[in-house]
Design a protein around this ligand. Structure first.
Ligand SMILES: NC(=O)c1ccc[n+]([C@@H]2O[C@H](COP(=O)([O-])OP(=O)(O)OC[C@H]3O[C@@H](n4cnc5c(N)ncnc54)[C@H](O)[C@@H]3O)[C@@H](O)[C@H]2O)c1
Length: 374
C-alpha cells in the first residue's frame, strides 16, 4: 500500500535530534519527510537544516508549528520544555514523539495525555532503550514465567566520570535533575517494562552533588558521557552552573512487595559499570548483557542467550531510536499499538516526582502523597 509521506518537524536541534531522531527519520525517507526544524538558538536550527538539507528552519518553534502544520513532531529540547512543546505541537494537530523524561511530575504527564485525547492525536514517550534486543529478549523471558516470582531487583549505571557537557543537562532550571532524570529514567522504564509495570508503593532516595560542581575531570570522553556520535552546536560548559545531582541512589517498594535498589551516576568514586538484575524464586536474570541463573536437572546453570532477532541496526548509534521511529510510523498509520503504554509512562513520572521529593524531604515518599494521586 502507498501512503502520502508523513511531514515531520523537530523542536530542539541539538545532540539527540541530530544524532538519533533525524537519521532515523531519514532511514524512512520513502514514508517520512522532515519539513522543518526549530530551536531557540537560531544557529542550531540553521546548522541542522544545512546538515540534512531541510527546507525550513526557525528560532521560534511556535511560529514553525503555526506555519508548517506538521503531521508529526519530535520534541528534543531539555527536559523542562518537554511538556510545553508537546502540548503546543498536539494543539497544532501533530502526533508527538517526546524525548525522555516526558515530564518531571505526574500531573504534568497527565496533562500531556489529556491534551492528546482532546486533540485526537497520539503521544509517544521516547523510551528508546526498550527497543534494544536484550531488553526485548529479557521481557520475553520474564513473560515466560521462567524466573517465577521476582521479589528483588538491583539496577545501577555508574559513570565514574561522565557528565554530559554539551547542553543544559547540568542546570536545574533547564533540565530539572541529573542522572536520575537522564540514565535512571531509561533503566527504570526498561526494568519495569520487563517486570510487567508493577505499581510503585514508595521510594526512599538521596540526590547528591559532591564532585561535578568542583569542575575537575568531569568527563573522560563524549561517548562515555552519552554522545557516541559527537555533539551538534554544543553550548559552552561551565561547571559553576552545575546545580543538579551527580549521583542518586535509593530503594523502591512496589505494590507486589518487590524491592528495587538503584544507583545512577554521572560522577562518583566507584568503578564504571552497570547492570539490571532480577531475582526470582525460580531463576535470576541480568538484562543487558543478557544472562540467566537457574537450575537444570538439579544443577545450577548460567545461561547466556544469543539475541540475533533485532540486529538490523546493531552498529548504528542510538539504534533504539531507529527501531522506535519505524514502529511509531506504523502506529500513526494505524498498523500497530505503541509499545510504551500511557499507564507505564505515568508510573515513571510518578517515580521521578516521588524520588526528588524523598531526596528533598529526607524521608520515604508514598505514591499516594503525590498531588495528582489524591
Ligand atoms: N533517548 C535517549 O537516549 C537520549 C539521549 C540523549 C538525550 N536525550 C534527551 O534529549 C533531550 C535533549 O538532549 P540533547 O543531548 O539533544 O541536548 P542538546 O543541548 O544538545 O540539545 C537541546 C537543544 O534544545 C534547544 N533548546 C533549549 N531550550 C529550548 C526551548 N525552550 N525551545 C526549543 N529549543 C530549546 C537548545 O538550544 C539545544 O540546541 C533531553 O531531554 C535528554 O534527556 C535522550
Amino acid at each position: 500500500m502507498t501512503y502520502p509521506k508523513l511531514r515531520v518537524a523537530v523542536i530542539g536541534n541539538g545532540m539527540i535530534a541530530n544524532a538519533a531522531h533525524i537519521p532515523a527519520y531519514r532511514n524512512l525517507s520513502d514514508r517520512v519527510e522532515i519539513v522543518a526544524v526549530a530551536d531557540t538558538r537560531l544557529q542550531a536550527a540553521q546548522e541542522t537544516a544545512a546538515r540534512y538539507g531541510i527546507a525550513k528552519w526557525y528560532d521560534d518553534p511556535q511560529q514553525m508549528l503555526d506555519e508548517v502544520h506538521p503531521d508529526w513532531v519530535s520534541v528534543c529540547t531539555p527536559n523542562n520544555y518537554h511538556k510545553h512543546w508537546s502540548i503546543q505541537a498536539l494543539r497544532a494537530g501533530a502526533h508527538v514523539l517526546c524525548e525522555k523524561p516526558i515530564a518531571l511530575r505526574l500531573q504534568d504527564a497527565q496533562e500531556i495525555y489529556a491534551e492528546a485525547d482532546r486533540a485526537g492525536k497520539l503521544f509517544f514517550p521516547c523510551q528508546s532503550m526498550r527497543f534494544s534486543s536484550d531488553i526485548q529478549a529479557a521481557k520475553k523471558i520474564f513473560d515466560s514465567g521462567r524466573l517465577g516470582e521476582v521479589y528483588f531487583s538491583d539496577i545501577e549505571i555508574i559513570r565514574r566520570r561522565g557528565v554530559p557537557t554539551w547542553g543544559m543537562f547540568h542546570m536545574k532550571k533547564h533540565n530539572f535533575g541529573g542522572p536520575f532524570c537522564d540514565l535512571g529514567v531509561h533503566f527504570l522504564d526498561s526494568a519495569l517494562y520487563i517486570l510487567g509495570s508493577p505499581k510503585m508503593h514508595s521510594v526512599s532516595g538521596g540526590a547528591f552533588c559532591k564532585i561535578a560542581n568542583l569542575g575537575e575531570n568531569v568527563e573522560t570522553s563524549l561517548a562515555d558521557s552519552g554522545a557516541p556520535a559527537g555533539t551538534f552546536t554544543p553550548r559552552p560548559y561551565d561547571y559553576h552552573e552545575f546545580d543538579v545531582e551527580d549521583f542518586s541512589a535509593g530503594s523502591m517498594i512496589f505494590e507486589n512487595n518487590m524491592i528495587l535498589n538503584f544507583k545512577f551516576s554521572w560522577a562518583v568514586n566507584l568503578p564504571n559499570g552497570g547492570h539490571m538484575d532480577f531475582a526470582g524464586d525460580k531463576g535470576g536474570m541480568r538484562a543487558s548483557p543478557l544472562q540467566i541463573w537457574t537450575n537444570l536437572d538439579g544443577y545450577q546453570v548460567d545461561v547466556k542467550p544469543h539475541t540475533y532477532a533485532m540486529s538490523q541496526y546493531q552498529n548504528v548509534p542510538f539504534s533504539g531510536h531507529w527501531y522506535m521511529i519505524e514502529h511509531i510510523e506504523r502506529c500513526i498509520r494505524g498498523e500497530e499499538e505503541y509499545l510504551v503504554k500511557r499507564e507505564e509512562a505515568l508510573n515513571i513520572c510518578a517515580i521521578i516526582e516521588a524520588f526528588y521529593l524523598s531526596a528533598e524531604k529526607k524521608r520515604p515518599v508514598l505514591i499516594q502523597e503525590l498531588q495528582s494521586m489524591e
